[in-house]
Write a protein that binds this ligand. Structure first.
Ligand code: NAD
Ligand code: MLT
Length: 529
């Protein structure tokens, strides 16, 4: 059974998906005081949050059993990703579910800043004032809209602004120029160029060290008089004191703001201005987007808990690789090869080198990640997974190398792993996938053979002379150990043979010692996969 705790309000549709899943129990704690909340999460396997829950180091210290954090939204700035990763907690988000809601919310703020609609509405309905002169607006048509950050939301805002006849300029140093030019926007190299030329500025970056207070006193000073500013991304991207000054001086014509540096924010100095339009972090609040986000995150959390997949994991380093079906089969094989090698060597591992060959070369980083998970599984105390493996590898001083495969081979795709251990000893194995679900080791240290890495395996090396394998079979039989499979590789150059003996039962150390008494035995090891 997995316990999933929902910490913030999400759509019932997502909760239903969790409730209908076998092996999942759901607890709703969205109304709980945020200070009390972490204290009640000691046995939670997964939590689902929105931006109202701050998941920092202290919060995580209470979550002894946590494996998955599902962020029902895009921004993960409320989660200490480093701390979560160190603890092996997978963090998943739903990056696309609320893009359109946030885009339309931005456009609403922009239009309000142009036409003062909420003020006119308020005066007419509640003060019964019919004043057509007071609420003169300006048009979006013909204006220059400056967009800082052209990701998912920035792009959609650009398209909508252009459909109103506005010119769009973009500052985003992290995107290719064509992303902006393709839709008819102009990209600028310097933030100042945008700041000095835009009539309306809207920001759509994440909150990072670089973007925090990106717009402050100096930047506002350089803006056009009567500039309109919008922030529907994250509080703190615009310095709130500088905004106050800009409004007070009349430099800023209007401000539309959905997010605040400290939230919730029921009272703020900026509220004193009639030309400031505020909403309480409602960017993502449409029924459509909340259903999309809640359903999506519920499914991803279930998949991650059950090890079926890690869609939209923000702290697993595999995000840029497209993984084909064959690539997936190799990932599983890489993990088993890693586990095999660390059990076989039973030593301090200095370096893991992988040599991928064929179409799997493009999945080299993921293959390395899965290999390291396999290697670590048997040698560290804590729970190892795809999130904390890179940290644990670094912590233990194990080097990792991805190297080009430069030998000839008959295999279309082949993964070779070389482990350096103890004092410059090496062991090398090659693995291949023949057809779906037929992943095999195909050689070890120059001995060719073909064996599936599963179950109990004895790896036995001996001088290649008659009678030895018969004696091994006799010893195992005498101890009631049934042989399930047997594969042999020979190296004529060394006069040695290497056998992989699969057994139905686990073989104890005394039996291995007995086998090593056979004249001609060189080495023996057992692994369990
Ligand atoms: P995204 O990741 O798709 O896009 C972010 C863009 O910002 C990227 O293109 C990136 O290159 C750019 N960027 C990063 N650092 C930059 C810098 N220093 N200067 C210029 N550009 C920079 O994200 P998104 O889904 O478009 O979301 C954008 C923002 O909106 C995020 O902060 C997100 O948390 C927020 N958001 C708010 C709400 C809400 O309810 N108000 C809803 C959804 C998203
Ligand atoms: C997000 O990052 O997705 C938004 O802030 C919306 C939310 O938390 O609901």
């Amino acid at each position: 059974m997995y316990k999933v705790v929902v910490c913030d309000n999400i759509s019932e549709k997502g909760i239903d998906i969790l409730k209908n899943e076998k092996d999942i129990v759901v607890e709703i704690k969205s109304d709980l005081d945020k200070k009390e909340l972490p204290k009640q999460l000691g046995d939670a396997d997964a939590i689902i949050t929105r931006s109202s829950t701050t998941v920092d180091k202290e919060f995580l210290s209470y979550c002894k059993n946590l494996k998955v954090i599902g962020r029902a939204g895009v921004g993960v700035d409320n989660i200490d990703l480093d701390e979560a990763s160190k603890k092996g907690i997978v963090v998943l988000n739903m990056p696309t579910g609320n893009t359109l809601a946030a885009t339309e919310h931005t456009m609403t703020h922009m239009l309000n800043c142009l036409r003062f609609m909420p003020n006119a509405n308020y005066e007419l309905k509640y003060k019964h004032i019919w004043d057509r002169k007071k609420w003169m607006g300006i048009e979006l048509f013909g204006k220059t809209v400056g967009i800082i950050g052209m990701g998912r939301i920035g792009t959609q805002v650009a398209i909508r602004a252009m459909s109103f006849g506005a010119k769009v300029i973009v500052y985003d140093p992290y995107i290719p120029k064509e992303k902006a030019t393709r839709i008819g926007a102009k990209i600028v190299d310097k933030l100042d160029e945008l700041i000095e030329n835009a009539d309306i500025i809207t920001i759509h970056t994440p909150k990072t060290d670089e973007t925090y207070n990106m717009i402050s006193y100096d930047e506002i000073k350089k803006m056009k008089n009567g500039v309109i500013l919008i922030n529907c991304a994250r509080g703190g991207l615009y310095n709130e004191d500088a905004l106050y000054d800009g409004l007070k001086s009349g430099k800023i014509r209007a401000l539309g703001i959905d997010v605040f540096e400290n939230e919730p924010q029921p009272n703020h100095p900026l509220f004193e201005f009639d030309n400031v339009f505020v909403t309480p972090h409602l960017g993502a609040n449409t029924f459509e987007s909340q259903i999309r986000v809640a359903e999506g995150i519920a499914r991803s959390v279930i998949d991650a808990l059950k090890g079926r997949g890690y869609e939209n994991a923000v702290n697993i380093k595999m995000e840029d690789e497209e993984i084909s079906e064959i690539g997936r089969q190799f990932l599983g094989l890489a993990e088993r090869m890693g586990s095999f090698l660390s059990q076989y060597t039973k030593s301090f591992i200095k370096c893991i080198a992988i040599y991928p060959h064929g179409e799997i070369e493009k999945n080299a980083n993921s293959l390395m990640l899965f290999t390291t998970v396999g290697v670590l599984k048997n040698i560290v105390d804590e729970h190892v997974n795809y999130v904390n493996a890179p940290y644990l590898i670094e912590e233990r001083g194990i080097k990792t190398q991805i190297k080009p495969f430069e030998r000839s081979t008959e295999f279309k795709n082949l993964l070779v792993i070389d482990i350096e251990y103890d004092d410059d000893k090496h062991i090398e194995i090659g693995g291949a996938v023949f057809e779906p679900n037929k992943a095999r080791i195909v050689f070890m240290d120059g001995f060719d053979m073909e064996i599936e890495l599963s179950g109990n395996i004895i790896v036995f090396k001996n001088h290649d002379k008659p009678g030895i394998i018969g004696k091994v079979g006799e010893i195992l039989g005498r101890h009631n150990i049934n042989i399930a499979d047997f594969r042999l590789g020979r190296r004529k150059d060394l006069g040695e043979a290497l056998s992989f003996i699969k057994t139905d039962q686990e073989v104890d150390e005394n039996i291995l010692k007995e086998i090593m008494q056979i004249d001609g035995a060189i080495s023996i090891a057992k692994v369990k996969l």
